[in-house]
Design a protein around this ligand. Structure first.
Ligand code: FAD
Length: 391
């Protein structure tokens, strides 16, 4: 399916796919076993210009705004290396936040490095007691003599410890509600910026995930991104793009599950025949392909809507939910097709199953996506907190 892609898009997709297969795929197993972000892979990605694809040209980026193009790049990376694809999506999100809401000084200090792969940034919103219910976050930033003094704890921060700075979502006022939440850029060498425990994860192991704590951590008031009290609005603004790109991560892994299943079904012989000649196996492969192509169409459609200035937030949620659920099932079914070998780390399919699980959880869990879709369809405008009893 080429979705009427331009020649340029098709060439980019092909080149990224070739690069990921030749340069990234051979290192995936070792990185998965070790666990943690690989600067070596990051530099390879930078040589291909992937970090800078969406970055402004004045900072060395390629300035590609098309979400459909971004989706294809992420899909191809993820087909061969899930973690690199997911790390790039998180890097692009940081670039977007700085471009949209950063001060000129922030852009001058960090954009070139983020684009040429010399540095990474991180984003800390989730807290031990505030995940889906973002508005309940408790980390505070108290204004004091031209500074903000930050106190609190964040968890599950992708690339914390590797990152040059973190965009921290904080409460800047004791008032209740979303207008009390702001975003601050916090440099890693600020006193009181405490890098915590490195998590040992099920999948997405080619990234570093840590807790972060802030103990009277002072940052100048000029480190505020956007306007005070608009932090949640800023987070929400970039969510739809993140969801379409999460769908793309899932599509790449679902494609890998299908590729591996077809290959193995043609090779493995039982009862004197290849297992691909058994109709029950054929059914699994056919379903995998049907669901994958449906999810791909919906994801490309959501991206196309955005690229054509049409309302797409609900489609972004639909694409995220469908593609990630499809990829999860494809991973589980690929293991089934491989039988006992599928359960072994020497074979490629158990890793797909472990990796794609996270796509159903981050960028808003699939339960939350379904609530967003239903709320839109039912014309329900109240917030989740009002709907679920907490004012
Ligand atoms: C590997 C990894 C990387 C991450 N990276 C980052 C990062 O860089 N920065 C960051 O800020 N966060 C990050 N996160 C956090 C991630 O976004 C959250 O885990 C996610 O939002 C869910 O929050 P939670 O884990 O607290 O689950 P909870 O919100 O506690 O949810 C638990 C369960 O309850 C369900 N649930 C919750 N509310 C409702 C409801 N109203 N109706 C129905 N069901 C509901 C959920 O769907 C889920 O099944 C990352 C997480 C992981 C695991």
């Amino acid at each position: 399916m080429d979705f009427n892609l331009t020649e340029e898009q098709q060439l980019l997709k092909k080149n990224v796919g070739n690069f990921a297969r030749e340069e990234l795929a051979p290192m995936v197993r070792e990185i998965d076993e070790k666990g943690g972000f690989s600067w070596e892979l990051w530099r390879k990605l930078a040589e291909m210009g992937i970090q800078g694809l969406i970055g402004p040209e004045e900072y060395g980026g390629a300035g590609v705004d098309s979400l459909l193009t971004q989706v294809m790049v992420i899909e191809e990376l993820s087909r061969y290396d899930f973690s690199s694809a997911a790390n790039i999506v998180s890097n692009w999100a940081i670039i977007r936040k700085l471009v949209n809401d950063g001060k000129e000084d922030h852009k001058a200090r960090y954009l070139s490095g983020l684009i040429n792969g010399e540095i990474v940034g991180s984003f800390a919103q989730t807290e031990p007691n505030a995940g889906s219910d973002v508005a309940s976050l408790r980390t505070t930033a108290r204004p004091e003599d031209g500074y903000y003094v930050i106190n609190g704890e964040k968890c599950f921060v992708t690339q914390a410890g590797e990152a040059e700075f973190t965009i921290v979502v904080v409460r800047t006022s004791s008032e209740k509600g979303k207008n009390a939440i702001s975003a601050l850029l916090v440099e890693k060498d600020r006193p009181g910026y405490i890098i915590g425990k490195k998590e040992d994860k099920l999948g997405f192991r080619g990234s570093t995930t840590r807790t972060l704590a802030f103990d009277d951590c002072r940052v100048p008031a000029s480190n505020l991104l956007g306007d005070e009290g608009k932090g949640l609005k800023m987070s929400l603004k970039s969510l739809a793009i993140g969801r379409v790109l999460t769908a793309a991560q899932a599509l790449g892994q679902a494609q890998a599950a299908l590729d591996e299943s077809i290959k193995y079904a043609k090779e493995r012989v039982q009862f004197g025949r290849t297992i691909g000649s058994f109709q029950l196996i054929q059914g699994m492969i056919a379903d995998m392909a049907i669901h994958l192509e449906s999810a791909r169409l919906l994801t490309y459609y959501a991206a196309w809507l955005r690229d054509n200035d049409q309302s797409y937030a609900m489609y972004a949620s639909m694409a995220k939910t469908l593609a990630t659920d499809v990829a999860m099932k494809a991973g589980v079914d690929a293991v089934q097709i491989y039988g006992g070998y599928g359960f072994m780390r020497d074979y490629p399919v158990e890793g797909i199953m472990r990796n794609v699980k996270i796509t159903q959880i981050y960028e808003g869990t699939n339960q939350i996506q379904r609530l967003i879709i239903a709320r839109e369809l039912l014309g329900e405008k109240r917030s989740f907190r009002e709907l679920y009893g907490q004012k």
